[in-house]
Design a protein. Structure first.
Length: 391
């Protein structure tokens, strides 16, 4: 697999594939590298996010702007199963590494391209990556539905649209490889953008508008299909979250807070009627939670078999006994930064468990292995490529 993408909209897909055994060659600009190397927090001048997103990859340098660099990539593609890119539509074709040009030399190739708006449509040529997915959150409708009811649309402080697109890329790549390897098909071009994968998570909102003409506005932490549902502040200044997603769960909440009779009241027990009393029910739960410590709230609601959780900060997440027991974070020794805790592969497979062999490599550290070993270039030719800035 070749990862010739940058930043956060596609490289995580290659990282997830690498966790389960894909041999990933990360292609970077000889001087600049992937901009992700310089993005976000750093330690000793080294980007921390880069280290995790580039796990298990080998790094080579290659300048697509130069004809010799384009030819080197085509030579790599001849031996590849998958190529992941996120160039703006038209750029790969300009560099002679577009889908039609590459499938001609490797009909078995699957090429996944994640762009801001997709490869077709009137917005396809617009840039979409400097925003790190915020355009996906805005155009999908996600930002419009998040935040306080009387406040502005809210963007998440992490790469939501980019991450959802990467997850979709992984599944699409596997579908394409299954079609190729099991059904004897050819390779495929995968067209993904930052908008449509996130839209799939908002599916109920589009259905409501299409069939009922209703708009979903901002309701902070509440949701019109579930009452009570919110974050609630405890007497000791901590927070918990709970949700009465079904009549039986709502009944348990009523019982736990000393309002058991409400479960049989037609205005509070019925799922649809309960929604009309949302403000009243939410205030009732908030008042009860506010009179108890977080520890007591968690104990009482858990004993009542109510789904409840403390609202953690990052330090609490990493020290939680459940997270620790599941080894959600792995200690990996990095030659540049020393021991680092990074998240383990999320999916737990019984026979082919994912792994993290190493973190993000030094720029171009696998040039010799790939260009000499895989492509068979002579040392003289490699030095000549270096001198001309190709690699």
């Amino acid at each position: 697999m070749i990862d010739a993408a940058t930043l956060g909209a596609a490289p995580p897909a290659a990282a997830m594939m690498a966790e389960f055994g894909a041999g990933v060659i990360k292609v970077e600009h000889p001087k600049k590298g992937d901009p992700l190397r310089d993005w976000g927090a750093k330690k000793n001048g080294i980007g921390l996010l880069w280290k995790s997103i580039s796990r298990n990859k080998r790094s080579i340098t290659l300048d697509f702007h130069l004809p010799e660099g384009q030819e080197l990539l085509r030579e790599l593609v001849k031996q590849a199963d998958v190529l992941i890119v996120n160039f703006r539509p038209g750029r790969p074709e300009k560099w002679n590494i577009g889908w039609e040009q590459l499938r001609a030399i490797n009909p078995k190739l699957t090429m996944s391209q994640i762009t801001g708006f997709g490869y077709t449509g009137p917005y396809s040529s617009r840039p979409g990556f400097g925003t790190l997915g915020t355009l996906g959150e805005a155009l999908s409708g996600s930002a419009h539905t998040t935040g306080p009811a009387d406040g502005p649309p809210t963007l998440p402080p992490f790469m939501l649209a980019d991450g959802v697109a990467s997850l979709n890329a992984v599944s699409a790549i596997m579908f394409a490889l299954y079609h190729r390897d099991v059904h004897g098909g050819t390779g495929q071009f995968i067209d993904l953008n930052l908008i449509e994968p996130l839209m799939r998570l908002l599916e109920h909102m589009y259905l409501d508008y299409d069939q009922l003409g209703t708009h979903t506005g901002r309701k902070a932490n509440r949701w019109k299909v579930s009452v009570p549902r919110n974050t609630y502040k405890t007497s000791d200044g901590e927070w918990i979250v709970t949700s009465g997603s079904s009549p039986t769960v709502a009944a348990r909440i009523y019982k736990a807070i000393g309002r058991e009779k409400l479960a049989t009241h037609p205005e509070f027990g019925d799922a649809q009627a309960r929604l009309r009393r949302a403000d009243e029910i939410d205030a009732m739960v908030a008042e009860w939670v506010g009179r108890h410590s977080q520890a007591d709230v968690l104990r009482i609601l858990e004993d009542a078999e109510v789904a409840v959780s403390p609202v953690y900060d990052i330090a609490q997440v990493m020290s939680d006994p459940h997270i620790v027991a599941r080894e959600t974070f792995l200690n990996i020794d990095d030659p540049e930064l020393g021991p680092m805790r990074v998240q383990a592969p999320a999916a737990r497979l019984s026979e082919t468990q994912g792994r993290v062999d190493h973190l993000g490599p030094v720029l171009g550290s696998s040039n010799e292995d790939i260009y000499s070993g895989l492509l068979g270039l002579s040392r003289e030719w490699i030095e000549a490529l270096k001198s001309r800035g190709v690699i």
